[in-house]
Design a protein around this ligand. Sequence first.
Ligand SMILES: [Zn+2]
Length: 194
Amino acid sequence: MLTGLDGQRYHFDAGVFCLELLLTGGPGPIGEAYEILFKPDDLAEWLLDSRLNDTAPVRREDLDITESDLAHVTQFRNALWHAAEAMAKGQAPEKSHLEVINGAVGEPPRPQIDVATLQRHWAAPITGRQIAAMAAREAIDLVGSTRLRQCAGDNCALLFLDTSRPGKRRWCSMERCGNRNKVREFRSRSGATS
Ligand SMILES: [Zn+2]
């Protein structure tokens, strides 16, 4: 669930972890308005509800995020924001942003299976550098993807990977920008006939 600056709450699926990370804030006025990563604990808290849980449950005690990790993750995130936005618009990302992404690639968090219980868990500790490393690897997979999109809504900067089978997703959320567009199309149609 996301909450817009206007207070509306809506579902948003970024499709992939690295783009979900862009929901924690970013560069420029829009990113700063949504910034939530001010201290290491903020990143840890956010990870508890992230799609990292799709692989194995994330426990607070398994996360070890330092101040320097946080700076590393936010620098990576801001570079990814610029690069992903450029690619979604069909433009070439800036070299400096790609270099930050390349530099973040490394050892990702390691999922494990408990041999006795067959339960999945993460090898502890999960560090901030590992988080950036995982996201950086995914980000590199996005290069050249025709499924990397920016919401077609006015004043909406949300980026997502379209994982739908038809591959025609245009909106961050049908509840938000999709619905606004429907209302606008309806108004312009009824305006033309009356
Ligand atoms: Zn949108």
